[in-house]
Ligand binder design. Structure first.
Ligand SMILES: Cc1ncc(COP(=O)(O)O)c(C=O)c1O
Length: 389
């Protein structure tokens, strides 16, 4: 058994990594601890490094043909093992990332002017994915109820109803982009919630694009349910965006897998992405396969570590900074901090975090209007045992 030492601090500075090397420009401070972008400061599973080194030894890095059969088989086996979802390898479309796939999906299934639903506060590229395709955001804002966020189902239903004007206008709401687990609020949507959302979206003839990139980063016993597994109708009207990139910390390797069971939707998606995306990253698919087939020993240990970090962080805030409330995530290593108790405007809060606290966080307002007064903190870091009070 390989035992990983996640307490080891390995500098990422000057490695051309966005989190550390772009931080001074982004936050306007050189001495700042960057806890923003969603990758981990924890080294990857050994089998992944070995697989990449082996591939590199071949010394030919030309165009790949397609998703290798063995990598596709690894995805099929992973879906079965983790979620009891039986998929056909032909349903898998390789893309260089989930965000490019979201762009292609909006392009494929909408026309400019259409509405696309999402739920703010939400991973900020969702806004630009919709708007840069000429569509309009139908924002089904999440509601903070006590310690957790909930879906406003009446409002979701209303997103599909005619707009009441002098002459009612038909809403052309053709799609919802779901985030599950939800970044930044950390909700892992339950089967019941997913069914209700699906009944509204699919029931109104729209397509559900389900971004499940964080689906294996779960805490406190929460269980992930892929949207498409809930009914044959949901399966035929959805795209499920998966990857090894968040779970196994491979974001720089550009390989995501979009599972599209419906042939017609798959063809339209493939058409939309034509010429816009490279055919694949040879190291990305090798890493994906190694992660899905030989990464679980590492994953178990990293999840334990992250769970410990989360408990530590929540306890620390409660004891020492009680004015900031931790919205404890059920999934993802991103913590949503309710800073409204500090009584600062968004701008002052941002300046306080950047200049005074000197932590580089994702400021809440970038996730949408419901994010005002919040900050998002990444906690996937070494927490050196014994260094803290
Ligand atoms: C919900 C969500 N989707 C997509 C991404 C990015 O995906 P990719 O790097 O594969 O484009 C992130 C990254 O943090 C994310 O949180």
């Amino acid at each position: 058994m390989t035992v990983y030492d996640f307490d080891r601090v390995i500098s990422r500075k000057n490695t051309d990594c966005a989190k550390w090397d772009a931080a001074p420009a982004i936050f306007g401070e050189t001495e700042i601890i960057p806890m923003w972008v969603a990758d981990m400061d924890l080294p990857v599973a050994r089998p992944i490094t070995e697989a990449i080194l082996k591939r590199a030894e071949h010394e030919f890095y030309g165009y790949p043909a397609q998703l290798p059969k063995s990598a596709a088989a690894a995805v099929v086996a992973r879906m079965k093992k983790k979620f009891n979802w039986e998929i056909d390898p032909g349903w898998i479309v390789l893309t260089p990332g989930v965000v490019p796939a979201l762009y292609a999906a909006v392009k494929a299934f909408t026309v400019p002017g259409d509405y696309v639903v999402h739920q703010d506060p939400v991973y900020y590229p969702f806004w630009s994915v919709i708007q840069n395709n000429g569509c309009q955001v139908a924002n089904n804002a999440l509601q903070l109820a006590g310690d957790q966020y909930e879906v406003d189902f009446d409002d979701l239903q209303a997103k599909f109803e005619p707009i009441q004007q002098m002459v009612p206008l038909p809403q052309r709401t053709r799609m919802m982009i779901l985030c599950n687990p939800h970044n930044p609020v950390g909700r892992v949507w339950t089967e019941k919630e997913l069914r209700r959302m699906g009944d509204i979206v699919v029931g109104n003839g729209a397509i559900m694009v389900s971004d499940e990139i964080h689906c294996e980063l779960l805490f406190n016993g929460h269980r992930h349910v892929p949207f498409a597994t809930l009914s044959p109708e949901f399966e035929q009207n959805s795209l499920v965006c998966m990857a090894a990139s968040k779970t196994f910390n491979l974001a720089g390797l550009d390989a995501s897998v979009i599972i599209i069971p419906n042939r017609g939707l798959r063809e339209r998606f493939n058409q939309a992405k034509k010429g816009m995306m490279p055919s694949g990253n040879i190291f990305g698919v090798v890493a994906l396969e190694a992660a899905f087939t030989r990464g679980d020993e590492w994953l178990e240990q990293v999840l334990d570590y992250l769970q410990g970090n989360l408990e530590f962080l929540a306890g620390y805030f409660e004891t020492y900074i009680p004015k900031i409330r931790v919205i404890k995530p059920q999934g993802t290593y991103l913590v949503w901090l309710d800073c409204r108790g500090l009584g600062l405007s968004s701008r002052k809060l941002m300046t306080f975090m950047n200049r005074t606290a000197r932590v580089g966080l994702d400021h809440g307002y970038v996730f949408g209007p419901s994010g005002e007064g919040f900050e998002r903190m990444n906690h996937a870091y070494p927490v050196i045992t014994g260094c803290w009070p």
